[in-house]
Design a binder for this molecule. Structure first.
Ligand SMILES: C[S@@+](CC[C@H](N)C(=O)[O-])C[C@H]1O[C@@H](n2cnc3c(N)ncnc32)[C@H](O)[C@@H]1O
Length: 271
């Protein structure tokens, strides 16, 4: 198969895996499904047979044209030629429901796509997404584990994450250098529970807390410019101690710390 490595084009050739991925969305007969990066349509064909409405977003012009031709008679299928990161996912949400998202993601922008899905979490019910195994391990990591970091907290703030299956390079053409894992994200709105409204400020806190993984939370926050008194008071209010490492904190403990710390040292007046 001709492919463009720059667009992360490793096409799925394992038919059984394609079927399992498509089935992970459950009954989609009345649902609106968004497929990210359909490529040559390994998963698309299965979705088109079942989905109430299928919207495919493909950046590669030739592939988008190929799919438009292949599905020219399928009235439930819509092919958009676009960069998924520029698509307003909330605008695609069906009137009486939420989107089901699926995709064998282009690996060069996996984290950006995951964060894009999180920004539109209230428009999405479920996402079944394949990515490089190491990235999936970071997304799904639990507090206390080596892989737990900024990406884990950022995604788990918006979704319950579970790992579905891992595929070897031979499941793709051309085979990538890495194994791939499919994650199931069940999006849930935790904004009233966690009260974090300012994404940018929360992400700044996470980056500061995880800046040097071997350092304690207190030391990392001090390096980011918070005063020792403020750190001590905030940790006490959040029910954690500053000699912990950031990887020990749960998503709700990070939210509590965020509220207790208040504006970051580099904050603008609106934070
Ligand atoms: C890993 S391939 C998966 C293709 C197909 N779904 C499959 O499983 O065989 C990733 C696909 O995403 C497309 N792509 C890359 N960057 C994209 C972007 N920014 N927006 C939408 N699609 C993109 C690529 O052209 C490619 O078709």
């Amino acid at each position: 198969m001709k492919h463009k490595p720059k667009l992360g084009q490793n096409f799925l050739v394992d038919a059984d895996a394609a079927r399992r991925i498509a089935e992970a969305l459950g009954d989609i007969t009345t649902e609106t499904v968004l497929e990210i990066g359909p490529g040559h349509g390994a998963i698309t064909g299965l979705l088109a047979e079942r989905a109430g409405h299928l919207i495919c977003v493909e950046l590669d012009r030739a592939l988008a044209a190929e799919l438009r031709f292949r599905f020219r008679n399928a009235t439930n299928v819509q092919i958009l030629e676009a960069d998924i990161l520029t698509v307003d996912l909330s605008a695609l949400r069906p009137e009486n429901g939420k989107l089901r998202v699926i995709g064998n993601l282009p690996y060069y922008i996996t984290s950006d796509i995951l964060l894009h899905l999180c920004r539109h979490a209230s428009a999405i019910d479920t996402a079944v997404v394949m990515m490089q195994r190491e990235v999936a391990d970071r997304v799904a990591a639990s507090p206390g584990s080596r892989d737990y970091g900024v990406l884990s907290v950022s995604v788990q703030r918006h979704a319950d994450v579970s790992s579905m299956l891992t595929l070897p390079p031979s499941a793709f053409s051309p085979p990538p250098d890495v194994f791939s894992t499919v994650l199931h994200l069940r999006m849930r709105d935790r904004s009233s529970e966690l009260g974090v409204l300012n994404d940018a400020a929360f992400t700044r806190l996470l980056r500061a807390a995880f800046a040097q993984k071997r350092k304690t939370l207190g030391n990392n926050l001090r390096s980011a410019g918070y005063s020792p008194d403020r750190i001590r008071a905030a940790c006490e209010a959040a029910g954690v101690t500053s000699d912990l490492r950031a990887e020990a904190l749960s998503v709700s403990q990070f939210a509590a710390l965020y509220h207790a710390l208040g504006a970051s040292p580099s904050a603008t007046s609106s934070e």
